[in-house]
Design a protein around this ligand. Structure first.
Ligand code: BV8
Length: 244
């Protein structure tokens, strides 16, 4: 892997990840030819309107994904592990902002982590906003442990048209960061897809894309390395740590 610009020791690193980092762990991506949105429409399963219109259909969609991530015993892969190692060994702050709703980053050991699109291993009550860890199937019959009402439990994820989580913290981290790395995302979904443009516009920090292929925003990155995440991410992290 050549032409790597290594950040200064102590530099603040922000890493954005998308579905591509979990693909080699066995989870489908969204926009690859065999991806999730090739089989089901966003409007039918991933908006608040869809949940209001047909909650059981939305529950079935997330129940299937939650079950797949759990029962097939899918695990974090070498890319997730490499990012956890970077957080432990890099002499500076490393923040992972993931668009993914799976738990592979935390299971790999990453602690400084924001799930900007939520987690499907949590449920949230539409009536009282109580959040609880959730592993099995969810349905309209489920009762909120806090307010006692049924029919309002929903996956604690951010649907299209909803506001992503921790945006203030993310934006200030981007403004402060010296090194922005985007991994396994097609650059289709905003505001995440706009982070690299924000970095460019403000002239703050170096930007790197690590992806299977050039994303929608590829031309905005100062540096890019392409290939499967389990190959290029560990190699990239090793190069950064070599310079420490
Ligand atoms: C917002 C959670 C305002 C649920 C997801 C009209 C009305 C309302 C909003 C909009 C609108 N028009 C546009 C918008 C904005 C909208 C949007 O961007 N729409 C798109 C479709 C145009 N965004 C929103 O609605 C967001 N909210 O804008 O609120 C706001 C804004 C700022 C501040 C305050 C308020 C909310 C969006 C969140 C939606 N929820 N997920 C769930 O998971 O079911 S999005 C979903 O897409 C996932 O989170 C996913 O991670 C994310 C992005 O997709 P990617 O991760 O990039 O996955 P993809 O398949 O696309 O790409 C995979 C990549 O990996 C590919 O490049 C591939 O080459 C690569 N790859 C594959 N294999 C590998 C690999 N790379 C390496 N190795 C491999 N092995």
């Amino acid at each position: 892997m050549n032409n790597i610009k290594t950040p200064q020791t102590g530099a603040r690193i922000v890493i954005l990840t998308g579905a591509g980092i979990s693909q080699e762990s066995g989870l489908e991506t969204f926009r690859d030819p065999d991806g999730i949105w090739a089989k089901v429409r966003i409007e039918d399963v991933a908006t608040p309107e869809a949940f209001a219109r047909d909650p059981e259909r939305v529950h079935a969609f997330y129940n299937m994904r939650r079950k797949r991530a759990a029962t097939l015993d899918l695990k974090p892969n070498a890319a997730h592990m490499a990012l956890a190692a970077l957080e432990q060994k890099w002499p500076g702050e490393v923040l992972v902002v993931t668009q993914n709703v799976d738990s592979f980053h935390e299971r790999a050991g990453t602690t400084n982590l924001i799930h900007m699109h939520g987690r499907h291993a949590e449920a949230r009550c539409n009536d009282c906003a109580h959040v609880v860890e959730w592993s099995g199937d969810m349905s309209l019959a489920d009762v909120c442990q806090a307010c006692g009402r049924a029919g309002g439990m929903r996956p604690n994820v951010v649907w299209f048209g909803e506001t992503p989580r921790e945006m203030d913290q993310i934006q200030s981290a981007l403004l402060d960061c010296d090194h922005f790395i985007s991994i396994g995302t097609s650059g289709n979904v905003y505001p995440a897809a706009g982070f690299v443009g924000l970095m460019r516009k403000l002239g703050c920090g170096h930007t790197v894309e690590l992806n299977l292929e050039p994303s929608q925003g590829a031309s905005l990155f100062a540096e890019a390395h392409y290939g499967p995440a389990t190959e290029i991410v560990p190699r990239y992290v090793a190069a950064l740590l070599e310079a420490v």
